[in-house]
Design a binder for this molecule. Structure first.
Ligand code: ADP
Ligand code: GLC
Length: 503
């Protein structure tokens, strides 16, 4: 089958979060099943053109207000299977994408011309196919920046090469919808009747994701539980009605994890490899992590995690996150409100954090870490450090307000690091709550998003660490045995695609 992924992010080229991981990993998994998969993303400033091949000739993209011209670059995705490599295309337009930032910069988090930039990108997807003479069976769009792709297909492009093409729209995060002034509608080049027919209208604004949800042939999100949650008002970000209306075509498919990148047995970013059979490398990672963050070292005799002869090791709790409300950072770091301070003050733990995001939160995190000797933080983005935190921590804290899937808790499980998570979205689908009677479970789960619920649950995990060590060790192993392969997920996407092609 021929599948074209349209996305604003894909690793290793452009990433702000899990969307980038998911798009590339899903593409590779589908290619490994023998399908012809291609990806199209914008050519941002950060993507080095000298490493790409330029297609001959310029490409015209008709939009409202005239034609825009772009160049197209291409390369094959690293890790591609030899027989069916995943080809990546980059739409190059200096005016729209030749700047720092994917969606914005710290001083301008949402570029004013984003509706125009992503309308251009979505339209360019069709021109690209014409240019290379390759028409997909499935156009698979991801999130609001590509949500116009199914709209264009349904309202105009389903002809000639695209007459048999079907569309799928995956929602990675319903909290981001691309809502802009309707003045921008002009740039889509679509008529005003389509504004209403396609469902763009949103309280006199233009909602790109909403139009995509009405227009795509099939919809899905990235975990079964989030698919159910988003159909109710509390989690639907005002689109629950649309999702209920489309519920026959809407499902949840859990993301996988890329075991080529997230695997403690062959991770180049950690000091020593380890596996469920021998966890000694995990203790080395813990020491390296402490050293990296300037935390005092543990007792020297601790030969391996769980060695009972040595004096008890202080548990390390890790976090790698975007510092935004979705991730529960208000309940952790809100000044005078959050629980991080009292956790570090009251408990014999060490807390490390890597993240970036909202200014108030970055500021508060640095402020707290200067006042607490057992809380260390790094503001910024570091692939290497994120691996070391996953490997070197005993627990991974993810108190999300909502979580469509969440990748970090799955990485944690693979690395023998016990997740402490809220019972929501994909977190609920992937982490089984510790039962201290039977010793079963893979992590610590709580229901309410309140500072005290986070405090109590971290306290429970720390108590278990000191008092139920054999159960902690058994949980680590249970987590490491979980199979979150992309192959399983890719097969479920194939079922959707096949259903569409047969019709
Ligand atoms: P989301 O996409 O909502 O941010 P996910 O858990 O799905 O949440 O994915 C987050 C991804 O981004 C993970 O791969 C995580 O390791 C990575 N990540 C987030 N912040 C950072 C950071 N500061 N440095 C390195 N990686 C980060
Ligand atoms: C989004 C979600 C996250 C999910 C990721 C990949 O960024 O916030 O939960 O794992 O997309 O699908």
């Amino acid at each position: 089958m021929k599948i074209l992924m349209a996305s604003s992010e894909a690793v290793p080229y452009a990433k702000t979060g899990g969307l980038a991981d998911a798009v590339s990993a899903l593409s590779l998994a589908l290619a490994k099943l023998g399908h012809e998969v291609r990806i199209v993303i914008p050519r941002y400033y950060s993507v080095d053109r000298s490493k790409l091949r330029q297609l001959e000739g310029a490409m015209g993209v008709p939009m409202g207000g005239g034609e825009e011209w772009s160049a197209v670059y291409t390369t094959s995705l690293p890790g591609s299977p030899k027989k069916t490599p995943v080809q990546v295309y980059f739409i190059d337009h200096e005016n729209f994408f030749g700047r720092d930032g994917i969606y914005g910069t710290p001083s301008e988090p949402d570029f004013l011309d984003n509706p125009r930039r992503f309308a251009f990108f979505s339209k360019a997807v069709f021109q690209l196919c014409r240019k290379i003479g390759w028409y997909p069976d499935i156009l698979h769009a991801h999130d609001w920046p590509a949500a116009l792709v199914p709209v264009y297909l349904k309202f105009g492009e389903r002809r000639e090469g695209f007459s048999q093409t079907a569309s799928v729209l995956t929602v990675h995060n319903l909290g981001y919808q691309g809502i802009y002034s309707r003045d921008n509608y002009y740039f889509t080049g679509l008529g005003w009747n389509t504004f209403y027919n396609a469902g763009f209208e949103d309280w006199n604004m233009m909602n790109l994701l909403k139009a995509g949800l009405y227009s795509a042939d099939k919809l899905n999100t990235v975990s079964p539980n989030y698919a159910e949650e988003t159909k109710i008002q509390a989690h639907g970000f005002r689109l629950d009605g649309v999702l209920r209306y489309r519920s026959a075509d809407y499902s949840g498919i859990l993301n996988g994890i890329d075991s080529g990148i997230w695997n403690p047995a062959k991770d180049p970013h950690i000091p020593a490899p380890y596996s469920a059979k021998d966890l000694s490398g995990k203790a080395k990672a813990k020491e390296a992590l402490r050293k990296e963050f300037g935390l005092p070292p543990g007792p020297e005799s601790s030969a391996g995690a769980g060695s009972r002869a040595s004096p008890p090791e202080v548990p390390v709790i890790g976090m790698v996150t975007r510092l935004v409300g979705q991730k529960g950072v208000g309940e952790l770091f809100g000044p005078g409100y959050g629980s991080a301070f009292s956790i570090c003050r009251d408990m014999n733990v060490q807390l490390v954090l890597l993240g970036s995001g909202e200014g108030w939160c970055e500021h508060e995190v640095m402020n707290l870490s200067s006042r607490l000797s057992n809380f260390k933080a790094r503001i910024g983005y570091s692939e290497k450090l994120s691996h070391l935190i996953e490997a070197g921590s005993d627990f991974f804290l993810m108190p999300s307000q909502y979580e469509p899937c969440g990748l970090n808790q799955m990485y944690s499980l693979a690395y023998g690091t016990l997740p402490i998570v809220r019972n929501t979205g994909g977190l609920a689908d992937t982490v089984e709550k510790f039962n201290q009677e039977t010793g079963t479970g893979t992590g610590f789960v709580f229901d309410d998003l309140t500072p005290s619920a986070i405090y109590n649950t971290v306290g429970w995990a720390v108590w278990a660490y000191y008092n139920r060590r054999p159960q902690i060790e058994a949980m680590r192993l249970a987590g490491m045995k979980q199979n979150f392969s992309w192959e399983n997920s890719a097969k479920k996407y194939m079922e959707i695609y096949e259903g569409l092609v047969k019709n």
